[in-house]
Write a protein of this length. Sequence first.
Length: 95
Amino acid sequence: MGVGGSRLPPVQRQKLAIARALLKRPDLLVLNDAVAAMDSQSQQRVLSNVLAAREDCGVVWVLSNASLAEAFDQVIVMSESRVAEKGPPGDLKKE
């Protein structure tokens, strides 16, 4: 695997980092583009599995794929370091 997983492909390193974060069981899990290097099916599968594992805890997830936002209760869309929209995924309100 190499030092710090350096021989692993980027997707495997990302999956490993997510698993490590889940093992720590934080009250609030914050992920920043954690599935960006994966294909869309893998992104959806990992997102669903993480949310299922964290069902009773908070999750803040920065997404680059807006279609994944449907899995969350609340969405905040940022534009130029400001809140552009916020609300439930199907009912976003401009700020």
